[in-house]
Design a protein around this ligand. Structure first.
Ligand code: GLA
Length: 738
């Protein structure tokens, strides 16, 4: 990183678009203005601290930013609260070695660093005036998009121990007379559902305290709408997501005067962190984006940012895969797997993924979820030719190969547990309490990290043709205690576990950079930008029912791009809900994300096999539009019986859009309203072509050329058949013509 002195930067500010500083000349207060492509953050030094003056749309006249009242302190501490200088929520609190718990911070200076050609980071440094405790706040911005990344580091040079009680990634300060907050909550098989309500006066908290499967119960993401209930295309919204795969807390406090203060970051519950002299603690990054044209634009910003910086391989369209889980569960042998691979390949599937059940020996063979986790050697009773045999067969028939692992867990019925009972998280005087018959390994312990690294490295080094890993994590943290951490640092568990998980994954990725990684956690969990930085995609839910996935994927699309969302066609009736839907409907939902299959193709009849082949060909055609295009959410499946969304991709020469529209329950009078498209060029002409059309029921605009203006203002009539089954769908390509 190149360090640029701030005063040098001030002189140069007029040349730098993405980030500028304004000097007030004779006025001694320092002012800092951070610009992203379309937004501005402004700070001003005041008394001992720094104030946040503005976070909103980019303004042309920097001077105006400093005329009004500050939004609040940049990083209030507990001292500010007790002094009455601040409205209760704070970012930092610590107990000093002498027992004092009134942490105070004085501003000591600012620095600007180049991260790369696109990104810069502003550092604001503080120090406690009475103790050798140093705190730095970071704001990283990019010229090319509107995501601000912010985080905190605290370092102690005090003799003795400084106990950190709270350290936030950001303290959000804003104002609104009608704020609404959206959280993304759920449970297993119904993960991450958008849930919006007015932000009440007092405290509203989104949080998680179960360690590993954060996003299964509550996503570390929020939408704060400042102009009433959030809308897709209008109104001011702030969207935020914490890059952390563990306990988090977002505490929003709304005051009677319209002030909103939110402390966002690590969950302080039982998470005191004891710093010895010379030690530091860094928080995860909070990613924020502001939009004054609704949450649709904010989601598109986040998706583009994610493809550049937030997920792995954001430029590479994803392969279509078949995963063995719902097709075979634990019950398979080599013949079953070879058969699945062959049929998948002949339908046009590009990658085969062998799920759970391939490992464990003898009494610990993994034939159900009760035994074998931790014993990562292939079960030759099931697979006599081993992984090499499977890969050899895959290569012979022309399909790629991937495999499932769950490295962080162990069944008590396993050789690993017999050998290392001290490696599991456990509490003195408490029974082991497995979840799904498994215990969580202590990733704080370097020996456990090494064991995971070694077996993964061995698996991937001895089988260099494994090109995909599904990394599962099917238990939250039970028995939260570590035999590795000393008694006075047991509360480091929540932070050190996640850091251990990242450390081991980072080592594996560094050694095997080409392998694609999927994050999974008995369905939705580990869906956060900490895990996603290390993975290419995630498994949103074990619930593969297309009707339910419509809602879950819609909700997740607020933060995550389609290419990262694994979405599989499974059998009907669905294994989780028993719902019957047509193969077309199931495809038309799965095609809005990273398409895959999760069934044994031998159970498809000839008509379904032929249909699937055609659908895979179509998906390959529209894959760049879905996976690299911009998402426009048209009609919310939580609100409408005929939900719809579309992707728009600009190749530089022309725009191609694909519209996905659904009729959930066929009601006699629903679906007559034309669908208003978005994101097209008003002046351009587009050809309409339904994909997978049925000759008996063509769109009236089928094959016609219409203007973008017409499609966005008058809309595309969907011409739903008047009499039909429930769960019908249309996929329409809208392609710009010369
Ligand atoms: C979890 C995953 C499933 C499957 C099973 C295997 O439930 O979400 O997709 O991999 O584990 O045990």
């Amino acid at each position: 990183m190149q360090i640029m002195k701030l005063d040098h930067f001030i002189r140069k500010c007029s040349f730098i678009g993405a980030l500028s500083c304004v000097s007030l000349g004779s006025i001694s207060a320092e002012q800092f203005v951070l610009n992203t492509a379309n937004t501005t953050l402004a700070f001003e030094t005041a008394r001992e601290g720094v104030e946040l003056k503005y976070f909103g749309s980019r303004l042309k006249r920097g001077e105006d930013l400093f005329s009004g009242r500050a939004l609040g302190q940049e990083f209030p501490t507990y001292w500010d609260v007790t002094e009455g200088r601040h409205h209760n929520e704070f970012g930092f609190s610590a107990v000093m070695p002498d027992g004092s718990f009134s942490s105070k911070l004085n501003f000591v200076g600012a620095k600007l660093l180049d991260v790369d050609a696109d990104r810069k980071v502003l550092q604001l440094s503080y120090k406690d005036p009475a103790y050798a405790v140093f705190l730095t706040r970071f704001y990283q911005v990019s010229q090319s998009n509107d995501v601000v990344e912010t985080w905190t580091e605290v370092r102690s040079e005090e003799e003795g121990v400084v106990e950190i009680r709270q350290l936030s990634s950001f303290v959000l300060q804003t104002r609104s007379s009608d704020p609404w907050l959206t959280g993304f909550q759920g449970a297993w098989a119904r993960e991450s559902i958008a849930n919006e309500s007015p932000l009440i006066e007092g405290i509203s908290e989104l949080s998680c305290s179960i360690g590993t499967r954060t996003a299964q119960t509550t996503q570390p993401s929020f939408v704060l709408s400042l102009d009433g209930q959030s809308k897709e295309d209008t109104g001011r919204v702030i969207m935020g997501s914490l890059a952390w795969s563990g306990n988090f807390s977002f505490r929003f406090r709304r005051f009677i005067d319209g002030q909103i203060t939110a402390s966002l970051g690590l969950n302080p519950l039982h998470s005191e962190y004891r710093l010895e002299k010379g030690k530091a603690l860094t928080t995860p990054r909070m990613r924020l984006t502001y939009s004054d044209s609704g949450k649709g634009a904010a989601s598109r910003t986040l998706h583009r940012w994610a493809r550049s910086y937030g997920i792995r391989g954001g430029d590479d369209p994803r392969m279509i895969l078949l995963n063995s889980w719902e097709g075979a569960y634990f019950k398979f042998d080599q013949k079953t797997i070879y058969g699945m691979m062959e049929r998948a390949q002949s339908m046009g599937v590009e990658l085969f993924v062998l799920d759970d059940g391939w490992f464990g020996q003898g009494e610990f063979a993994r034939n159900n979820d009760k035994a074998g986790l931790g014993d990562w050697t292939v079960n030759r009773e099931k697979l006599p030719d081993g992984i090499e045999g499977l890969i050899g067969h895959a290569k012979k028939i022309g399909i790629k190969f991937g495999i499932w692992v769950e490295p962080e867990m162990v069944n008590p019925k396993s050789q690993l547990y017999k050998n290392h009972p001290d490696w599991v998280l456990q509490l003195p005087n408490r029974e082991h309490r497995p979840q799904r018959n498994q215990l969580v390994l202590d990733l704080c312990n370097p020996a456990v990290q090494n064991y995971i690294y070694d077996f993964m490295d061995d698996l991937l080094s001895s089988n260099p043709d494994i090109c995909y890993i599904k990394w599962d994590c099917n238990s939250h943290v039970t028995n939260p205690g570590s035999t590795w951490l000393p008694q006075d640092k047991q509360s480091h568990l929540w932070i050190d576990y996640v850091k251990g998980y990242y450390a081991v994954l980072d080592r594996i990725i560094a050694k095997h950079p080409k392998v694609v990684f999927q994050a999974c956690s008995s369905g939705g969990g580990r869906i956060d930008y900490g895990a996603m930085q290390r993975h290419h995609e995630f498994w949103p839910s074990d619930n593969t029912d297309a009707r339910e996935r419509l809602v879950m994927q819609w909700s997740l699309s607020h933060f995550y791009p389609a290419m990262a969302m694994a979405s599989h066609v499974t059998v009907s009736p669905n294994h989780q809900t028993g719902r019957k839907t047509s193969l077309k409907f199931r495809f038309d939902v799965a095609m809005t994300g990273r398409l895959g299959f999760e069934l044994d193709p031998k159970n498809l009849d000839q008509a379904d096999t032929d249909f699937s082949k055609r659908q895979l060909e179509l998906y390959k055609e529209i894959r760049p539009v879905v996976q690299l295009g911009d998402l426009y959410r048209l009609r919310d499946p939580l609100a409408y019986n005929d939900p719809a969304l579309m992707y728009v991709h600009d190749s530089g020469k022309k725009q191609t859009a694909v519209v996905f529209a659904y009729m959930i329950e066929r009601k006699r009078m629903d679906g007559f309203e034309p669908l208003l498209l978005k994101g097209l060029k008003a002046g351009a002409l587009y050809k309409i072509e339904e994909l997978g059309k049925q000759p008996k029921n063509l769109l009236r605009y089928e094959g016609k050329v219409v203007s973008g203006e017409f499609l966005m203002k008058q809309g595309l009539p969907m011409d739903w058949p008047v009499k039909s089954e429930d769960y019908i769908s249309r996929v329409v390509r809208v392609e710009e013509v010369d």
